[in-house]
Structures are given as structure tokens and as C-alpha cells.
Design a protein around this ligand. Structure first.
Ligand SMILES: [Fe+2]
Length: 226
């Protein structure tokens, strides 16, 4: 992806959050220059890769398979200094973008439509070979529990959420004509490097072509503290 594209996506997400009055903590507004001056006291953000994340999953087609997200809080399985057992993300999914089918071995998560467009999910149980089972899937939806056939579409309107247990495959996208969605995630501590089982293998971070200066640093770009 070009840096200019990432910059404009971040600005678009900031505007969408402002429209729905979701206010971000201060560190998300730091400029790259300001990050150079931030010392040890911001170690939690660097060490746990909190912050901006624009991904095309390494596939180079952001408009079809892409997601913009912010990790607001998280623990760290690999670092005993960070004992949070929970995590929170906020995401922007545009119309036409798919968040590709995956499950988590460990993480249980609630995915919440926080505003904007309607979001459609498809759920499958993982079978013993981590393929897609054709068994009915239990849906846990804001205190309501029911079953649907594998792969059924489940639409969440703003305010609604789904609870996803480990080994439940899920993909999601925006219902066409409803506009970009703000999607929240409240989950157990999250390790994107080791706990995402994508149905089709994909990457994680985009390759970036630096055609202009970054507006915000991404969560894997913070400078080391001297
Ligand atoms: Fe997930």
C-alpha cells in the first residue's frame, strides 16, 4: 500500500469516529515527530503494539480484503510485565471489504456494531481438521442464544453484538448500501501473531511504499527508546 493511501484511510476513520462521537485516547493523536520524544513511560503501547493498524493482509487489494483497526488496550502473553487479561479494539470496515474467514484457538471475543452500516457475519464450526463443519452453529447474540445452519448470514445493526467462542469460524462484511461500519471488539488478551487461524492462508501487515510522510505511525512502527 502507498503511505498516502494509509494516511487518507486513517483520516477517514478519524472522521467516522468523530461523527459517532467515539473519542480516542491521546496516544492515537501523536505525530511521528512526537513519538521520537516519547520515553519509557509509553512502553506499554510499544511493547503491546497498541494503536493504528491498517492491513490488506499482505494481499495488495485493500478495497476487497482489508481492515482498519485500533488496538486500544491489550495484555501480552509473552511479557509478564503486562498482566491485562482483556483487550479492546475499534475497527472501520468499508462497504466492499471482507474481513476474511478465521477462528481463534484461544481468544473469546465479542464483536459489536458500534455505529454506521449494518454488518453481516457468516459462522461455521471448525471440524476436527480445522476445516468448515456443516453442523448448525450456536449464535450468542446480546443475551439470546439460538442455532443457525452453517454459513448463514447474521446481520448486526448498530448496538448489536455477537459472542464468538474459540473454534468458531467467522467472516464479516458490510451490508451493501448501509455505509462504513464502526466495529468494536471486546475480548480476552489477544495475540494476532499466533492465535488467528485463517481458512485461507494470508499475511498480516501491508508492504508500504513511502510516497509521502506518515500522518500517524502504525502499531509496528514506533521508534525504539534511546
Ligand atoms: Fe476474530
Amino acid at each position: 500500500m502507498k503511505r498516502s493511501e494509509i494516511n487518507s484511510i486513517i483520516r477517514e476513520f478519524e472522521a467516522l469516529l468523530a461523527k459517532y462521537q467515539f473519542v480516542l485516547p491521546p496516544f492515537l493523536g501523536f505525530t511521528p515527530e512526537e513519538w521520537k520524544e516519547k520515553g519509557e513511560e509509553y512502553g506499554e503501547i510499544r511493547d503491546n503494539a497498541l494503536g493504528w493498524d491498517v492491513t490488506d493482509y499482505g494481499l495488495g487489494d485493500f478495497n476487497k480484503i482489508g481492515l482498519t483497526l485500533i488496538t486500544l488496550r491489550n495484555g501480552n502473553f509473552n511479557d509478564p510485565r503486562y498482566t491485562k487479561t482483556y483487550a479492546e479494539k475499534i475497527m472501520m470496515l468499508r462497504e466492499g471489504q471482507l474481513s476474511p474467514n478465521h477462528f481463534h484457538w484461544k481468544k473469546m471475543e465479542d464483536i459489536i456494531n458500534r455505529g454506521g452500516g449494518d454488518v453481516i457475519f457468516h459462522l461455521w464450526n471448525a471440524d476436527e481438521n480445522e476445516g468448515l463443519a456443516d453442523t448448525d452453529v450456536e449464535v450468542f447474540r446480546d443475551g439470546r442464544k439460538y442455532k443457525v445452519p452453517a454459513g448463514s448470514g447474521i446481520i448486526l445493526k448498530p448496538g448489536e453484538s455477537l459472542t464468538l467462542y474459540p473454534y468458531t469460524y467467522h467472516d464479516f462484511s458490510v451490508v451493501p448500501g448501509t455505509g462504513s461500519a464502526i466495529i468494536g471488539e471486546v475480548s480476552m488478551c489477544n495475540d494476532d501473531n499466533s492465535d488467528n487461524r485463517f481458512y485461507e492462508p494470508i499475511g498480516r501487515f501491508p508492504t508500504i511504499e513511502e510516497d509521502e510522510a506518515p500522518y500517524r505511525l502504525l502499531c509496528n512502527e514506533y521508534p525504539a527508546v534511546n
